[in-house]
Each structure stands twice: as structure tokens, then as C-alpha cells.
Design a protein around this ligand. Structure first.
Ligand code: FAD
Length: 301
């Protein structure tokens, strides 16, 4: 069964991890994975750096552990800006050999001092290539409820997305956001553009202030005032900030799932205890949606 078919049956709950640092044994991530497995996620995706140093071995090894030891579907991220066709083929062939046929096709962020390879300049180029040459793969792509930071306009952003979906992206996974209203407005834009593939909402629980500030600055994601107040108030109390961040993420998820979102993709930051708390607080609402009706998008203003 392709991953995309899952969305017909239920509200999907997926997780994202990053591989251990270079020169660290891949087994060091096993306790994290095994705790995350207790949540019974629908799939776990594994990130891969865009730049020159990340060959992809670590990502493939971790994806292999997820798929073949945990028996949870694994999704390997593939940023393509600095990879040529042979390098992409090598990754896809190795994944297929490991019985993994799910990828998140990405462009990757530009890295200072590196020149793009030019083969896959946009994610849509990679999506089209995989769709043509590796038709058994389930291909997800990224989307941006608050508009990708390089997009010159909201319309250009949706046009970029349209290209990925037309090229064969089976479903979309969103960038993190802290204001659900922006996600609902994004869903309306997708509906207007006739983009009907399932879209998972990306949720990142706050684990510490510096990390959130670094990620939001890098990705251009706006931080709502009330979220900033929470970060500022509990900046020096890591336990309180963690609890507040978990509560905020739970509130976002309950709202999104109640409104009929296709799925939640949790950026775990390799912190299984946080993912477990969020799952414990929300699993009944996911379970209640097992035979959900995707229905039409309603205005929630
Ligand atoms: P694209 O779809 O190519 O879009 C990039 C920009 O180009 C957009 O502004 C778009 O509107 C525009 N565009 C698209 N097509 C065209 C066209 N034909 N002509 C003109 N403009 C166009 N990065 C990593 O390096 N590793 C990861 O593991 C990783 N995981 C991620 C997971 C998720 C869920 C998300 C949301 C992002 C992830 N990223 C990762 C970050 C991602 O690589 C960056 O956001 C990157 O800047 C854009 O990637 P993209 O695949 O969306 O690119």
C-alpha cells in the first residue's frame, strides 16, 4: 500500500527525526526510535542535509532501522539542489534495496559558497524525475502555510506548489507554523487552485527558546505575539517552557484534527518524551477519526 492511501482511512500522525551526527554510531538513535515506536506512528521521516558534506548514508541507515527493525514505514528526505542524477539514483536504489519506497522530495536550502548542481533546480524537477524513473515510490513534497520565504507572492507560492503536484507529488507536508488560522487560509488557497492531495500540518513543539528562534529566523516563519510572550516568560525555566510548549502544540493539534486536517507531522527534534506526551494527550481524537470523511474545507474565520 502506498503511504498516500493511508489518508483515505484516517487522520495520519507522523514523526520526523534527524540522523545522529557524522562519526556517531547509527545505533545511538535506537533508544529514541524505540520510544517513538511506542506511539505507533503512521510513518517516520528522516532528514538529510542539503549541502555537500551530507552524502545520505546516515539518513538511509536510520530509515533502514525504522523500516526493517521497527517495521514502521520510513520516509527519506532527499534535498536535490546540490545532487546530480547519479547521486540521486544511488540514494533511490539503496532505499529500494532496503525495501523503502517513500521519499520527501525537496530542493534544500541554498548553502553559501556552494553552486547548485543544476539538474534538479526545483523540487518539482526531482518529483518529476522520481515519478518517471521510480514509479513505485510514494513521493511527498514540502509546502508553506505562511508562504515560502523566497516566493515573491502568495500566487507564485501556490504556482510552485502546483508544479510539484502536477509533477507527481502524492501528498504534502507543511513547514512548522504557530497560528492555525494561517494554515486554514492556506487550505482555502489550495482549494481555489484545485490542489486536492492530502496535506499534513507540521507541528514543532518548543524545546528551548534559542532553538525555536534559530529555526524561525532561518525559515522565515512568523512567531505570533502570544507565542513570543511564552518564550520570553519561561526562557530561564526550561521545565516550564517545555510544558508550555507541549501544551501549545497540543492545543494546535486538537484544533487542527477537529477541523478535519489530513494529518499531523510532528517535528520531534529527537525528543521522544515530548512526542509521547503529545500523543498521550491527543491519541483519542486521532482514533476517533479512523473512518473520517475528508469533506469540504469550511471557512473558519
Ligand atoms: P521548491 O519547491 O523548489 O521551492 C523553493 C522556492 O522556489 C519556492 O519559493 C517556490 O515557490 C519557488 N519555485 C518552485 N518551483 C519554481 C519554478 N519552477 N520557477 C520559479 N520558482 C519556483 N531541507 C533540507 O535540506 N533537508 C531536509 O531534510 C528538509 N526537510 C524538510 C521537511 C519539510 C516538511 C519541510 C517543509 C522543509 C524541509 N526542508 C529540508 C527545507 C526545504 O529544503 C527548504 O524550505 C527549501 O528552501 C525549499 O525546498 P522545497 O522543496 O520546498 O523547494
Amino acid at each position: 500500500m502506498k503511504l498516500v492511501d493511508l489518508f483515505e482511512k484516517k487522520t495520519v500522525f507522523s514523526l520526523e527525526v534527524f540522523p545522529p551526527r557524522k562519526n556517531t554510531s547509527k545505533e545511538s538513535i535506537l533508544p529514541t526510535l524505540s520510544s517513538l515506536n511506542d506511539i505507533s506512528p503512521d510513518f517516520i521521516s528522516v532528514t538529510l542535509g542539503a549541502g555537500g558534506t551530507a552524502q545520505g548514508n546516515e539518513t538511509i541507515e536510520v530509515a533502514n532501522l525504522i523500516q526493517n527493525q521497527l517495521h514502521v514505514p520510513a520516509v527519506a528526505h532527499i534535498p536535490s539542489l546540490y545532487r546530480n542524477q547519479d547521486q540521486v539514483d544511488e540514494l533511490l536504489d539503496q532505499l529500494a534495496a532496503d525495501n523503502i519506497q517513500n521519499v520527501l522530495a525537496l530542493r534544500g536550502d541554498p548553502v553559501d559558497g556552494l553552486s547548485p548542481n543544476g539538474t534538479f533546480y526545483h523540487a518539482s524537477d526531482l518529483v518529476a524525475y522520481i515519478d518517471r524513473e521510480y514509479p513505485n515510490f510514494d513521493v511527498a513534497a514540502a509546502c508553506y502555510p505562511e508562504v515560502h520565504q523566497e516566493s515573491p507572492s502568495v500566487v507564485a507560492d501556490i504556482e510552485g506548489l502546483r508544479r510539484k503536484v502536477d509533477a507527481g507529488a502524492d501528498h504534502l507536508i507543511s513547514q512548522l507554523f504557530f497560528d492555525n488560522q494561517h494554515f486554514y487560509e492556506f487550505q482555502e488557497r489550495l482549494a481555489l487552485a484545485g490542489i486536492t492531495v492530502p496535506v499534513e500540518a507540521g507541528i514543532m513543539p518548543c524545546t528551548n527558546k534559542k532553538q525555536i528562534e534559530r529555526i524561525t529566523k532561518f525559515s522565515g516563519v512568523p512567531v505570533p505575539k502570544k507565542y513570543q510572550k511564552m518564550l520570553d516568560r519561561y526562557a530561564d525555566n526550561s521545565l516550564a517552557l517545555k510544558d508550555a510548549g507541549i501544551a501549545y502544540a497540543i492545543e494546535q493539534i486538537v484544533d487542527l484534527v477537529s477541523q478535519g486536517v489530513d494529518g499531523i507531522h510532528l517535528y520531534t527534534m529527537n525528543k521522544p518524551e515530548i512526542a509521547e506526551k503529545i500523543w498521550d494527550a491527543t491519541k483519542t481524537i486521532f482514533e476517533a477519526n479512523q473512518t473520517k470523511d475528508r469533506g469540504a474545507i469550511e471557512l473558519v474565520h
